[in-house]
Design a protein around this ligand. Structure first.
Ligand code: BGC
Length: 355
């Protein structure tokens, strides 16, 4: 019996609200909210373990948020059509209460990757979604999300680490591509299909340097989130030389052996991120690299505390040691249990079990 598997499933279920939201971390004040990004991976993990009803409730939560803020989203689409600049706070936010309301205050509000991942999940769970009580609303919200992403993708926005809002990020673009492609596949929507093709073309021409993908347009750094281009989005195949070039850099520059986000990070000293390391293991497992996947599974289990909780990151081989005490002082100890870490553990484990 895998105790961490059971604990992970229990945590995800226990911390899903009645309305379908997943709290990012129940014991870390800044994360006592719901994100499209974290929640989509939590929902996917539960769906992989057969709990499609829970994943469906998360789709419904996301749909309710989108429809609540539809006027705002439409204004952003119109601004883009008129060639007017966007203001991040006036875009759909990224951090919500469990009841699905935007959280006031300063934050990197505009983050398109989360919406892209939610739309990708909608496409992926399309047959499940057929049975949802609020199916019509979920479909309507998915169509609006697709329209929004198709209009806003060329604009800078904060990345999946909620940073660098003035740049265009490869992982974010891949999430948008994935969402639009899945939506086009299930709905036949030509505008989404065309936009997806443009996004992919952009990634392959503007997000590349010296045989590797890069973190953002114009950057020379790699970011561990680039794993997402292959797993789960499939914008590139595992054996594509461009991905292999990227992977080689991620392994050389960011693995110690847990995976760091990127060189230059300083959040909590830039330790090893559990969710990223498990994500790499998930990609290895899907690619048939079983011994590497198993080594990461063992590493991930070793990061759980005595209550079998996984943190966001562990303060090992810090890239920026001075950042650790600074952030502890500001926001408290590293977030734990982080639901997204447990979700990635489950996805890795499921992939190994399937193989
Ligand atoms: C991470 C985000 C995540 C949020 C909640 C942030 O620190 O950078 O990716 O969505 O925490 O887990």
């Amino acid at each position: 019996m895998d105790l961490l598997k059971q604990k992970s499933l229990d945590l995800l279920r226990q911390h899903q609200s009645a309305g379908g939201a997943f709290i990012a971390c129940p014991s870390f004040a800044t994360y006592r909210y719901a994100w499209f990004r974290d929640g989509s991976y939590c929902a996917l993990a539960l769906a992989e373990y057969g709990d499609e009803a829970a994943a469906g409730r998360f789709l419904e939560w996301g749909a309710a948020v989108i429809l609540r803020y539809q006027a705002k989203m439409r204004r952003c689409i119109e601004r883009r059509q008129q060639g007017l600049p966007l203001v991040a706070a006036e875009c759909l936010h990224s951090r919500f209460t469990l009841e699905g309301f935007e959280v006031p205050g300063n934050w990197g509000h505009n983050q398109l990757d989360g919406l892209g991942t939610w739309l990708w999940l909608y496409g992926r769970l399309h047959s499940t979604a057929a049975n949802l009580p609020s199916r019509a609303q979920v479909d309507e919200a998915a169509a609006l999300a697709a329209e929004y992403l198709a209009a806003l993708w060329p604009e800078p926005c904060s990345d999946c680490w909620e940073e660098h809002e003035d740049q265009r990020h490869t992982y974010t673009l891949a999430s948008i591509w994935a969402g639009l492609s899945q939506f086009a596949a299930v709905s036949g929507d030509a505008r989404s299909r065309d936009a997806a093709a443009h996004v992919r073309e952009f990634v392959l021409t503007r997000c590349v340097s010296s045989g590797s993908l890069v973190k953002s347009v114009g950057s020379d750094l790699v970011d561990a989130n680039l794993i997402g281009l292959v797993q789960p989005y499939g914008l590139l195949a595992w054996d594509d030389p461009l991905f292999q070039g990227t992977l080689a850099r991620i392994e050389q520059e960011l693995c110690t052996p847990g995976l760091h986000r990127y060189r230059g990070d300083s959040y909590y000293g830039a330790g090893e991120w559990v969710l990223l390391t498990a994500w790499l293991g998930w990609a290895y497992a899907e690619a048939g690299e079983r011994s590497k996947a198993q080594a990461i599974l063992d590493w991930t289990r070793a990061q759980a505390n005595d209550r079998l909780e996984l943190p966001e990151q562990v303060p090992h081989a810090l890239f920026a040691p001075a950042g650790y005490p600074e952030w502890v002082e500001r926001w408290g100890e590293i977030a734990s249990p982080l639901l997204w870490s447990h979700a990635k553990y489950l996805l890795l484990l499921k992939s190994i079990e399937k193989a």
